[in-house]
Design a protein around this ligand. Sequence first.
Ligand SMILES: Nc1ncnc2c1ncn2[C@@H]1O[C@H](COP(=O)(O)OP(=O)(O)O)[C@@H](O)[C@H]1O
Ligand code: SF4
Ligand SMILES: [Mg+2]
Length: 341
Amino acid sequence: MIENNKILEIKDLRVSYHTYAGEVKAVRGVSFELKKGEALAIVGESGCGKSVTAKAIMGLIKGPQGEIKADSKILYNGNNILNYNKKQWQEYKGGECAIIFQDALTALNPTMRVGKQIMENLTVHKHMNRKTAEKEAIEMLRKVGIPEPEKRAKQYPHQFSGGMRQRVMIAIAFACDPKILICDEPTTALDVTIQGQILDIIKKLQKEHETTVIMITHDLGVVANIAQKIAVMYSGIIVEQGSSRDIFYHPRHPYMWALIESVPRLNSNNKQVLASIPGIPPDLLNPPTGCPFSTRCNYCMQICKEKMPDCSEFENGHFAYCWLHHPLAPKIDMPDYKGDL
Ligand SMILES: Nc1ncnc2c1ncn2[C@@H]1O[C@H](COP(=O)(O)OP(=O)(O)O)[C@@H](O)[C@H]1O
Ligand code: SF4
Ligand SMILES: [Mg+2]
């Protein structure tokens, strides 16, 4: 029996890239766990290690440049996938765990009809014969809302619009009924109305299949309607984690306050104001010993620059790494946000 239905447990995941300039510490100790059917969003600015985390879970970190540090654990149903042999990896990738990337055009095979690309997954992972796989592929295209699926199955990726191609990617991913689906910025390249449609499809299929989802995004709007849990990443570390409610309404890390305040808003002339957080994240070649947000934080104290804060736990598995929660820290008013996202 798997304790508490945990399907995925990431324990102290550390990933580095060895480059000419030195060791890029892309992921510096990430831990989280997911129960079957749960959806976790990983949010954070570009370059904070979201995609590298996703790649590690998908078995896509390649040596000699890429290295997953020895004590890292990625437990799938209790087994560390980092110890899998070749055959186990084959079964896992595509069959147990699937990924949807931002850029469907490069992820799809331009030389193969889309129906055939879905069929391939079904024949390899579900051992279907050609005829059954063909029927199922058309059914999947219908499920993701592609009109005239029989005709569209015979077309090539370049004959689809960006939104339709992303639907094809979703069809390929769900064809094998994966237990875990990772969506790495699946809607970033699409315009806003299409983004909503794509998220609705993912949500619907997730419910139907009871899939566990990891939604990676830098867009807080995307997160709000899909995830029950949120992990906030900054410079290769999860600096705050909790239920969506806690993270949106009662965030406890200054980085999350800055992220919320940087969400585009309408000004009095109804023009969108694009705010961003001043400053840049630390260089992952030389990560700081103290709090990684200290160079940009309005609340930074001397200790922040010197020592990494401990984990402070609040209610319901909500935690943050910040010196402001030390019992002896000066008291400040923590902001609460009410339904304005
Ligand atoms: N193949 C690679 N070689 C060297 N550095 C990499 C490689 N892939 C990612 N990185 C570095 O790792 C860090 C995290 O990248 P990534 O996970 O892609 O960020 P994001 O949060 O935007 O998805 C970045 O500093 C990036 O430059
Ligand atoms: S530990 Fe210090 S620098 Fe880091 S987020 Fe908290 S107050 Fe800001
Ligand atoms: Mg990325």
